[in-house]
Design a protein around this ligand. Sequence first.
Ligand code: R5P
Length: 295
Amino acid sequence: MLIISCSHGKHLGYLIAGRLHKKYSNLIVNKFPDHELRIRFEVDLKNKNVVLVQSFYGNVSDCIIEIILAAKTAKELGARRVMLIAPYFPYMRQDKRFHKGEAVSQHIIADLIDKYFDAVYLMDPHLHRKNKLENVFKIKSKKLTANSLIADYIKKHIKNPVIIGPDEESYKWAKNVAEMLNVESGILKKKRYSPYHVEVKLNKKIDLKDKNVVIVDDIVSTGHTILETAKILKKLGAKNIYCICAHGIFVNDAFKKLNKAGVKVVSTNTIPNKAAKIEVSGVIASSLKQFLLNR
Ligand code: R5P
């Protein structure tokens, strides 16, 4: 097995390779003056099982083009199998035609991955209506989760926590983490009017007075879901408000806004950012180890 980091996978690729004692290399990625991408492998791929590590943040469209170029080239250069490890994988939220004329992006991007890869491992993918990765991809797929690492972090750093999921979809993270910790949890109801206008309401009565409330979710992007949730939690008397997410995208000034609102933010390192205090390479490496054992 050969582990190769693409441009946005370097922060995890070498850690995963190190944990598995496997050969490691970086994909060389340059841009032509007109912004077309040029990729190049520096190692011999003949008869190798190639694992490409790419997280998708910043210019996600470039990240996608890059892995498609890399997967196809790897096969042309003789790779036996090509697998994608995506600590964060985008386009999972557009899983239906929300508005007339819109693309169902999740299906289209999944079709591309199916065409060029043999297997795909995603960390905490946003599976809402589809529920299972097998309903998204036709190739072998596996869902990994950082929930146990999030639970460990809370156990070590936050006393007497109450866990809150900011919307109905977040139960897979919030409820699951609360169960691991054996603490109380609640889920809120969210209505999104636009990317920046979100309304959140509590759906059950929970005593939050003087409690350390931890909002657990998969993605923080603009931060508006968390900001609206924090407003409600404050009104209900929460002492400290934390937000722990699997994927800290933090677009524009999301991080600043959350800090200003007094929310203490922590994320995993699926996407590098200042709040990335939970390290996920161990979870990825052990699932790859399992994959190697089962071959
Ligand atoms: C969507 O349902 C996700 O679970 C997150 O709640 C959402 O993506 C967060 O987005 P934002 O930070 O822009 O409110």
